[in-house]
Design a protein around this ligand. Structure first.
Ligand SMILES: NC(=O)c1ccc[n+]([C@@H]2O[C@H](COP(=O)([O-])OP(=O)(O)OC[C@H]3O[C@@H](n4cnc5c(N)ncnc54)[C@H](O)[C@@H]3O)[C@@H](O)[C@H]2O)c1
Length: 349
């Protein structure tokens, strides 16, 4: 089956493209490279070539911004004319920094919301009506619930989260307009970390990372002096915030399971939390990283950040019951794999 992957050169995109290709999907990836490097998908090809069973597998890659209607239309038209139209889309393309979205909301609405509207218009035009969308646990905002299930109220507290919530709403409206045509999965990710075990692909943020894990690995490799931990007075077991970390390969597997689930079942729209259901504090994560990799991570505490939550843990029971999927990799593996990637690639790609 031919799948279009938007944002395929990014962190989660590369890992998912690799798995799709390993599983025999015909993959076309597009990216504007605003937050990624052209080398990332070349590395995916190198990994495939190093394996006897996948050495002849190929991927088509295009430099396309999803806001560029003309190029997107040409891509879908070419696929249709070649007799291999797109049947489904995994939609990663978007901007993801909460901090940047606060200072530049227009850019976030433009890239995330307008970009997705363009994509959906073209999908609709070419009758490609299956989409797996990268949503985020950020849409739950400051919930009082300790464990977040899909049916709690959505109340995002920053422009980034708002764009994800708005896109989910739009996808619901589109589904309602043609319920017998669309298959839609909104995958709400918790905290993806780690990297492929080869150390060839991983997270390579441009500039100072805003997520905790690349921050830790960049401190470990000496790119940054020390880790800043926001808040030591949260009502948690050690005062630092608690998150649900999931290995990026488990997350990538979740996408393939979600795609298979959509294709196999009746038309529907479904919201699924992809997390492990386990909460880990920042101090625990630092400790596991230090012990797993035998590296000290100097850190300092700073004030809580505006808009941060105390605990963000997934109720992943719906995903576990619907999808042929469960997260398998431990935090220790996430720390080892993530550090392997960073130590082999201290400056990214
Ligand atoms: N990593 C996380 O912690 C996390 C958590 C929840 C949700 N998400 C969402 O998952 C998706 C993928 O995240 P990621 O961590 O791989 O991020 P990433 O930045 O590594 O990947 C996103 C990719 O999309 C590309 N892109 C951005 N705007 C584009 C546009 N207009 N047209 C074409 N390409 C564009 C970027 O260049 C990048 O390669 C994003 O939508 C993000 O919001 C990520």
């Amino acid at each position: 089956m031919r799948v279009l992957v938007t944002g395929g050169a990014g962190f989660i995109g590369t890992h998912t493209c690799l798995l799709l290709l390993e599983k025999g999907y015909d993959v076309v990836a597009i990216d504007s490279y605003i937050n990624s490097n052209k080398k990332s998908l070349q590395r995916v090809i190198e990994i495939l070539k190093s394996n006897k069973t996948t050495k002849d597998v190929s991927i088509k890659i295009f430099n396309i911004d999803i806001r560029d209607k003309k190029k997107l239309d040409e891509l879908f038209l070419d696929a249709q004319n070649s007799g291999q139209p797109f049947k489904s889309v995994i939609h990663f393309a978007g901007l993801k920094s909460v901090k940047d979205s606060l200072s530049n909301p227009l850019l976030y609405w433009d890239a995330n919301v307008k970009g997705t509207i363009n994509l959906l218009n073209i999908m609709n035009k070419y009758k490609c009506k299956t989409i797996v969308f990268s949503s985020s646990a950020t849409i739950y905002g400051l919930s009082d619930d300790e464990i977040l299930s899909e049916n709690i109220e959505i109340k995002p507290i920053n422009p980034y989260g708002v764009t994800k919530a708005v896109i989910e709403k739009l996808l619901n409206d589109i589904f309602d307009s043609e319920p017998s045509c669309w298959r839609i999965a909104n995958l709400r990710y918790f905290n993806p970390i780690g990297a492929h075990s080869s150390g060839m692909i991983g997270e390579a943020p441009i500039g100072v990372p805003s997520n905790i894990f690349p921050y830790i690995t960049q401190v470990a490799s000496g790119v940054l002096d020390k880790l800043t931990i926001y808040g030591n007075d949260w009502p948690t077991r050690d005062g630092s915030g608690i998150r649900d970390y999931i290995h990026v390969m488990d997350l990538a597997e979740g996408h393939i399971s979600a795609l298979k689930y959509l294709v196999k079942n009746n038309h529907q729209i479904i919201n699924l939390n992809l997390g492990t259901g386990l909460g880990t504090s920042v101090l625990e994560l630092v400790d596991i990283f230090e012990r797993a990799n035998k590296i000290k991570i100097p850190f300092e505490f700073s004030e809580r950040r505006k808009g941060d939550s105390c605990k963000v843990i997934a109720d992943n029971s719906l995903a576990l019951s619907c999808l042929d999927w469960e997260p398998k990799r431990t935090l220790k593996e996430m720390c080892i794999d993530g550090w392997r990637w960073q130590s082999l690639n201290p400056n990214g790609y």
